[in-house]
Design a protein around this ligand. Structure first.
Ligand SMILES: [Zn+2]
Ligand SMILES: [Zn+2]
Length: 378
């Protein structure tokens, strides 16, 4: 058998037991059991739903540095064929949160043995993919009591080689919202359209009209995406559909553009209701706040990383991906960065297989960063 490090082994263990948002019971149990195996003198451990807070008391703390790792998997059937593939059929760590957790445990292990001056707060957060754990977690009593002065998190990036750290000052990830629109008309015999209200026709018209929002209502120097990824409607080929449902997502660079896009969607949907004599309901589902990196802390971090041997720092562009870590950054200054794990398959792909060499390298780098930041004056 190939020799693998302790934290790669942990990542493989976690990879086999992916669980959906707020169902991370086995994952939480696994993490707690591991954390209990560490020296406890400086640790304070508290659970929150399926998440965990671990405070590492510093030697003479002036501030608290927070570090967040998300915990949930996705409803995807794994197709990697790896020996340590998911044992939960139909569920997979296809967004690398298994890697995020193992890196956090690696860093935590070091500081449980070798504390620094400042306090550290490790946050194992459930439900990043949905319905969103960051917002309720930051509003929790524990977080309010142990609120860090700064916070950071990473996300694996399959498109970058191992050793790469990519981030930018300011906006990193977009504002995102899910979008569900239900249309209800009147079904009927396919040969008597005048006696029915056809929701397939209404849905098609609606999809076409929604395209005009990005083209005609959003400032071209701002940016927005509306994608309808799924349409369902009707029951059989020769019956006029009584119902149709559109499922999609909205992404915008600014919070203002998100508000504007939603107002336009509501107006257009109302227009379809009138024009096609039907009832419509809009549900925005989960919404994620933008990820906005504190410019000063990010610039300082990038400078630190650039001076660190074996790390290639890239100043990347903002992306239309969503991340609920944005809610934590809305409250606490900090930043998020991409960690290269070079895989030919992207995030949320059934064949995603991150290069595990990135794990130990990230642990070593973060230990150095926290040691520096947690012993420095500011
Ligand atoms: Zn994801
Ligand atoms: Zn993710």
């Amino acid at each position: 058998m190939e020799a693998i490090s302790r934290f790669v082994a942990i990542r493989r263990d976690l990879h086999q037991i992916p669980e959906l948002g707020f169902q991370e019971v086995k994952t939480q149990h696994y993490l707690l059991r591991y954390i209990q195996s560490l020296p406890q003198e400086r640790l304070q451990v508290r659970t929150w739903k399926t998440g965990i807070f671990v405070k590492v008391n510093g030697t003479s703390p002036r501030k608290t540095i927070g570090y967040r790792a998300d915990m949930d998997g996705l409803p995807i059937r794994e197709e990697t064929g790896l020996p340590y593939r998911s044992t939960h059929d139909g569920c997979m760590h296809a967004c690398g949160h298994d890697v995020h957790m193992s890196i956090a445990l690696g860093v935590l292990t070091h500081f449980a043995h070798h504390p620094i001056q400042d306090d550290l707060l490790f946050i194992f957060q459930p439900a990043e993919e949905g319905p969103g754990g960051a917002k309720p977690m930051i509003e929790s009593d524990i977080m309010q009591e142990w609120k860090p002065d700064m916070i950071l998190a990473l996300h694996i990036a399959p498109e970058y080689p191992v050793g790469t750290i990519a981030t930018k000052e300011g906006l990193l990830f977009a504002n995102t919202s899910e979008l569900f629109i239900d249309l209800k008309g009147k079904g009927g015999h396919a040969a008597f359209p005048h006696l029915a209200n056809d929701m397939v026709v209404a849905a098609c018209a609606l999809v076409t009209q929604l395209q005009s929002i990005v083209a005609r209502n959003v400032d071209p120097l701002d940016s927005a995406v509306i994608t309808i990824g799924k349409i369902t409607g009707g029951t059989v080929q020769n019956v006029i559909a009584e119902r149709a449902r559109l499922e999609g997502t909205i992404r915008t660079l600014s919070a203002a553009a998100m508000q504007k896009v939603k107002r336009r969607i509501e107006a257009i949907v109302h227009g379809v209701e009138v024009a096609y004599e039907c009832e419509a309901a809009i549900d925005y589902g989960a919404m994620y706040h933008q990820v906005y990196n504190d410019p000063e802390l990010t610039a300082e971090f990038m400078k630190f990383a650039a001076a660190h041997g074996g790390v290639n720092v890239i100043s990347c562009k903002e992306a239309m991906t969503g991340e609920d870590f944005g809610y934590m950054l809305a409250d606490i200054p900090g930043f998020m960065f991409w960690l290269g794990v070079e895989s030919p398959y992207g995030l949320h792909h059934a064949k995603l297989a991150p290069n595990e060499e990135a794990i130990d390298r990230a642990i070593a780098f973060l230990i150095d960063y926290f040691s520096w930041k947690g012993n420095s004056e500011v």
